[in-house]
Unconditional design. Structure first.
Length: 170
């Protein structure tokens, strides 16, 4: 469907056509502008996902102005998910009834990451003291205690590549 007023989020599939006329359900179109903010103002590079019935309809990132605007989408209710590394995910609903604006607030967050390093060569794995735990892209390094344990606080919603080293071990 290509029309300035009506549209479909997903293609309409017709199989085994036996009639000369096929009715294609359409909806009036609308757009959603999402502004993402935190305690310091607008947030750029946040991922903004609109979904309906378990399917993603629009996926964008906010620009330098903290905003993301969908293309034309069907009017109606949607789930809205906003996330960015270092922030808790915000999930809410949005109702598109034309051209709508919605502001979504993100909160920074962190989580404790605990590690236990052991040598599993032994029947009862033995803890390794003074093993070094490093994180790719971060200056933080940890050293394990006599029980093989170490912990730190890391920003949420971020993937980390962790390397553990100790002399005499591969």
């Amino acid at each position: 469907i290509q029309d300035d007023t009506y549209m479909r989020n997903f293609p309409f599939v017709v199989e085994n056509v036996t009639e000369e006329t096929v009715e294609v359900p359409v909806s009036r179109s609308g757009t959603a502008t999402v502004t993402v903010v935190d305690s310091g103002g607008r947030v750029s590079n946040a991922k903004v996902w609109l979904y309906r019935d378990g399917r993603y309809v629009d996926t964008k990132q906010t620009g330098q102005n903290g905003q993301s605007t969908t293309g034309p989408i069907e009017r109606g209710g949607y789930g809205l998910q906003v996330l960015k590394n270092g922030y808790y995910t915000n999930e809410t609903d949005i109702s598109v009834g034309g051209d709508v604006n919605k502001t979504v607030r993100l909160r920074r967050g962190s989580v404790e990451a605990a590690f236990t390093v052991t040598d599993d060569h032994f029947d009862d794995p033995r803890p390794l003291e003074n093993a070094t735990i490093s994180f790719q892209g971060r200056a933080t390094t940890l050293s394990t205690l006599p029980d093989g344990g170490a912990s730190t606080t890391l920003p949420v919603n971020q993937e980390y590549t962790v390397t553990i080293t100790k002399d005499g071990y591969e």
